[in-house]
Every structure is written in structure tokens, then in C-alpha cells.
Design a binder for this molecule. Structure first.
Ligand code: PLP
Length: 425
């Protein structure tokens, strides 16, 4: 059944999907078409039930179709879908973000993570009067031209680190270095630091599986940016309100100049945002000369979903509980792997996790992630899918746990994992 749906989709949509990773190219086979979702579960178009660890790639931290979020969206929709004029709901969400995240004085809403990082970069370039930027191999910051250089996520899966269509002259302004290697950044800055407008980084990298920063790495980047007048941008599109209430900057205690958000702050609606010090944000139009705009930016229905989501994740112990669930999932996966004599490394922060089929004790970079056993991952993925556990269809993606996952869901998942691990070669 899914087969014919996918064939029809391919007739009218390039590759049958509206975002490449959904096509299952990396793992092989055909994508599952989803019909509805509730809590920790998805149902496909044939009504098969799955425990979901993708969570729409991160936004669904409260689980799917949370009743309070759906109510907020319905109420907002009743008042009209878009006005193209200011609404109080935009101020409410912006204020909430500013109050929760100490590094943010002002925040501008956009409609996707891609727009957030693209705009933050333009702002950093406009603010510093410099063109060059530094990013890290395997970090994905959306698909704007400057950032589609040695990117992770779908770009990694397809082995196209730099996409055709990105002008060479622009890509030249994007310098790339390995993640987690501070020395290489120090060497680069000694030579070119005064020409570099921004360092942009996923403080916890979630687009080359899940890789955490080495102790001192983010602090070292902060110091270099201070020394050279470079803007430090944390791309917290994935980690924001996912690894903790103050994002990765709260977890690691390092303060960026600008932060990008997406995913969780829209509760499943198309939302992104970028914010930071007023001194920098005041350069954005209409106050300043750096142009940035959006017909649907701050959309009232999306704001309603975001406000309710941030209200609910602000509940006491929300992240402690989420972290405990992630931990029990990872401990269980490690145990299942060792019982089956399969070498496995795991990483987790807050409600985000990664697992690697590798002998290595730690996975610290893109090169380490690529060196893992992709075939074994694919076999595991398909085994789990068959048993009703929906994992990210690529070994280069992080997984996500929501507050709706119960202990039973985790136990069921681990039972399936043990069964599948025992079949892996
Ligand atoms: N930045 C990071 C860290 C991401 O993970 C993503 C998407 O996965 C983006 C930016 C781009 O966001 P969007 O897909 O909403 O454009």
C-alpha cells in the first residue's frame, strides 16, 4: 500500500518527499507514510502503530498532538490565520525566550531554522563588516548557500557536502574545520581571525548522529571570538529547549552572542528565531541597516503553539524527567548490544540521543561518525521499524525522546532492540 503512495508522490514531488531524509535513501527501502500521531506514537497510512523517536525531527518534545497545544492552536486559528501586522502573541513568545535565556535581549521570529541561521549570519556579517565565517564539518545549519558547505544531515547522507548550485565565490567565504578540535581554530584565528565575522556551531552536534563538545571546547571558541571581535553564534535550532530549559548554553555554561532557534519553539508549527545581545540585534531592520523580513514571520497560530509549548516545558523537573528517560533508553540499548556482543557507543543530552555501531569508546567528530558501521545501523533500523519502533532513517541523525514516552514505551523499545540486536551480524 505504502508502495503505491510513494510512487504517486514521486510523480508529483521530486523524490516523493519535501525534505530529502524522509525518502529513506540512506537506509534503503520505502518511507512510511504517516496518517496521525498522538503522544509517543505514530500511525502509518495502513494504521500500523509505531513508538516514535523522531518527533518530527525534534519539535514534538511534549509528544504529538498534546491537547493543550492543540487547543491553543485551535483558538488562535479561530481568530484568523495571518494578519501581516503585529500581534501581542509575538511579544509574549519573544518575552518568554528573553526571560528564559540570559544571553538574549531581543529576538526576531522567522518561519524555519534555515531562515534563523541565514539571517543570524547576515547580521553577524553586517555588524562586523567582515565576510568570512567559520563552521564545523558535519554541523548542519539549514540549507542556505553559505552554510551548505561540509554540512551534516541529509547533505551528509547523500555524500554531497557542498551542493551544486552554491556559488564557489560564496562557499570560499565559509571556512570549515573539524568539530571538537580547538587547536585548529586557534591556528586559523592566528592567521585570519580579524577577517572572520562569525563562528557558527551546533553546541551539541545533532546532524552527524549526536556528538557532544569536549570539555573546554565551547569555552575556547568563546575566548577566540572575544579576542578577535568575532560573533559567536550557537545554532540551537535542535538543542534549544531540548537539552534543557536554557539550551546547550545553559548545560555547558558558555554564552554566545547570537542564538538560533527552531523546532521546539514552534511546538510543531513552522517557526524559527534568532536573538542575542541588543547591541547586535539593533542592527536588524527596521532599527538598523541589515535587512531581514518575512510575510508569515510571527504567525499567530505558530506563536500560540510555541507559547503553550514553552509554558509546558517550563514546569518543574521537566528536563530532569526527560533526561532520566533518555538515560534509561541508552543504558538499555547498551545492555542489549553487549548481550548480543555488538559494540555500541552512545551519547545523550537532555531529550536527545545518539548511538553508534563502533568499537570506539567515544565519538567526537564527523570523521569518527562516518567511520561507524552504517550497514549494521541500516539493518537495526529496518528490524526496529518492522517491530513498530520508528527511529531516524539515517545513522547521521540524532534521536528524540518526548515527555509523552512512558517507562513502558522505553521497556517495549528495549525488548525489540534486544531481539533485533541478536539478529545483527
Ligand atoms: N540548524 C540545525 C541545528 C538543524 O538541526 C536544522 C534542521 O534540522 C536547521 C538548522 C534547519 O532548520 P529547518 O529545517 O527548520 O530549516
Amino acid at each position: 500500500m505504502s508502495n503505491s503512495r510513494f510512487q504517486l508522490a514521486q510523480k508529483y514531488i521530486p523524490g516523493g518527499v519535501n525534505s530529502p531524509v524522509r525518502a529513506f535513501k540512506s537506509v534503503g527501502g520505502e518511507p512510511v507514510f504517516i496518517q496521525r500521531a498522538k503522544g509517543a506514537y505514530l500511525w502509518d497510512a495502513d494504521d500500523k502503530h509505531y513508538i516514535d523517536y523522531v518527533g518530527s525531527w525534534g519539535p514534538m518534545i511534549l509528544g504529538h498532538a498534546h491537547p493543550e497545544v492543540i487547543d491553543a492552536v485551535k483558538q488562535a486559528a479561530d481568530n484568523g490565520l495571518s494578519f501581516g501586522a503585529p500581534t501581542e502573541s509575538e511579544t509574549t513568545l519573544a518575552r518568554k525566550i528573553c526571560e528564559l535565556i540570559p544571553s538574549i535581549d531581543k529576538v526576531r521570529m522567522v518561519s524555519s531554522g534555515t531562515e534563523a541561521t541565514m539571517s543570524a549570519l547576515r547580521l553577524a556579517r553586517g555588524f562586523t563588516g567582515r565576510d568570512k565565517i567559520l563552521k564545523f564539518e558535519g554541523c548542519y545549519h539549514g540549507h542556505s548557500d553559505s552554510l551548505l558547505v561540509k554540512a551534516g544531515s541529509g547533505a551528509l547522507t547523500f555524500g554531497v557536502p557542498t551542493s551544486p548550485g552554491v556559488p564557489a565565490a560564496l562557499a570560499e567565504q565559509t571556512l570549515t574545520l573539524p568539530f571538537n578540535d580547538l587547536e585548529s581554530v586557534e591556528t586559523l584565528f592566528a592567521e585570519l581571525g580579524e577577517q572572520i565575522a562569525a563562528i557558527i556551531i551546533e553546541p551539541v552536534a545533532g546532524n552527524m548522529n549526536l556528538i557532544t563538545p569536549r570539555p573546554g571546547y565551547l569555552e575556547g571558541l568563546r575566548k577566540l571570538c572575544d579576542d578577535y571581535g568575532t560573533v559567536l553564534i550557537f545554532d540551537e535550532v535542535m538543542t534549544g529547549f531540548r537539552v534543557g530549559l536554557q539550551g546547550a548554553q545553559g548545560v555547558y555554561g558558555v554564552t554566545p552572542d547570537l542564538t538560533c532557534f527552531g523546532k521546539v519553539i514552534g511546538g510543531g508549527m513552522p517557526v524559527g528565531a534568532f536573538g542575542g545581545k541588543a547591541e547586535i540585534m539593533n542592527h536588524i531592520s527596521p532599527d538598523g541597516p541589515v535587512y531581514q523580513a518575512g510575510t508569515l514571520s510571527g504567525n499567530p497560530v505558530a506563536m500560540a503553539a510555541g507559547i503553550k509549548t514553552l509554558e509546558l516545558v517550563s514546569a518543574p523537573n521537566f528536563y530532569e524527567n526527560l533526561t532520566a528517560k533518555t538515560k534509561s533508553l541508552l543504558i538499555g540499548l547498551s545492555n542489549a548490544a553487549s548481550s548480543a556482543d555488538i559494540p555500541l557507543a552512545t551519547n545523550g543530552v537532555g531529550g536527545m540521543f545518539g548511538f553508534f555501531f563502533t568499537d570506539a569508546k567515544r565519538v567526537l567528530s564527523f570523521a569518527d561518525s562516518v567511520a561507524c558501521d552504517g550497514d549494521r545501523f541500516n539493518a537495526f533500523f529496518h528490524g526496529m521499524l518492522k517491530r513498530g519502533v520508528y527511529l531516524a532513517p539515517s545513522s547521521f541523525e540524532a534521536g528524540f525522546v518526548s515527555s509523552a514516552h512512558t517507562e513502558n514505551d522505553i521497556a517495549d523499545t528495549l525488548e525489540h532492540a534486544a531481539a533485533v540486536m541478536s539478529t545483527l551480524v
